[in-house]
Design a binder for this molecule. Structure first.
Ligand code: LIP
Length: 272
């Protein structure tokens, strides 16, 4: 993947993202044994951050500052750590699936997206445990290991394997649990893997037929959302709203309307 330093084409931004994400994933892997002994909590007692989440974010921010001076960076742990003086902003989740990382479940990823004037144009999701990698550029398709992704061919919701997730706040979890208790009778089955970026990539490749979650932050879905969109999925909120904190739904056009309507009926975007 030839790089053209300073260029902001989706392809060149993707080349930068992939190289930096792979190095970051290596750090996450190397640090795990020691990182899980240095764990703090954030919004609740179960919302954890390890030393590796922070170290990986610092590493990525430093690399972007070096290679792309002037670009902004929004990361999960340090927020808007670098103000943008140009058109490009990077959106980073250093370790998406931190609870999986803590428990050694091989489902955690470095998720890095490039946004140009507010639109995500390139993204990579790299599973730091397995090395699996998904990439996409706006208009350039979604890819995994040289294979172009096209999402699931499922046509009915009752046969759909649907991924979802739960927040860290008990009141929100109660609402999300109540939604799933209803939804589970209307679909094939539910899967909770624990990392939104990877869930979106699994929906993009058809390992899941659809995915939805309330409460996601931009760093959870910026890169994975582009992968899903470029695989032909509809990725949005409910009632015409964009994907965001209220709700993100990702599904192929054939099953999106049915899933959307059930989530509206069950007030999935409601609650705390
Ligand atoms: C996680 C998300 C996941 C959600 C978890 C958590 P983190 O992000 O990827 O979808 O269900 O509650 O928010 O905290 O591991 O970066």
């Amino acid at each position: 993947m030839a790089e053209n330093p300073g260029s902001s084409t989706p392809e060149d931004l993707l080349a930068v993202a992939v190289r930096i994400a792979r190095e970051a994933a290596g750090t996450a892997r190397r640090m795990r044994a020691e990182a899980i002994t240095d764990v703090q909590t954030k919004s609740t007692d179960t919302d954890v951050v390890t030393a590796a989440d922070k170290a990986v974010e610092r590493q990525v921010v430093e690399a972007l500052r070096r290679e792309r001076p002037g670009d902004g960076v929004l990361g999960e742990e340090y927020g808007d750590s670098t103000a943008s003086t140009g058109a490009v902003r990077w959106i980073l989740d250093p370790i998406d699936g931190t609870v999986n990382y803590l428990y050694g479940l091989p489902q955690y990823a470095v998720s890095l997206a490039a946004e140009v004037e507010g639109t995500v144009v390139a993204g990579v999701v790299h599973n730091a445990a397995t090395g699996d990698e998904w990439t996409a550029t706006a208009g350039g398709g979604a890819w995994r290991a040289g294979r172009r992704l096209h999402g699931s061919a499922r046509t009915t919701l009752d046969q759909a394997l649907v991924g979802t997730g739960f927040g860290y706040d008990p009141a929100r979890r109660a609402h999300q649990g109540a939604v799933v208790a209803q939804l589970i009778t209307r679909v094939r089955d539910i899967r909770r893997f624990g990392a939104a970026s990877l869930d979106l990539c699994m929906a993009a490749e058809g390992s899941l037929d659809a995915y939805f979650e309330k409460g996601l932050n931009p760093w959870d879905h910026a890169a994975g959302g582009l992968v899903a969109t470029e695989a032909g999925l509809r990725v949005s909120g409910l009632d015409g709203r964009p994907a965001g904190k209220d709700m993100l739904v990702a599904a192929p056009p054939a099953i999106f309307p049915a899933l959307h309507d059930v989530l509206v009926e069950l007030d999935a975007a409601g609650g705390p």
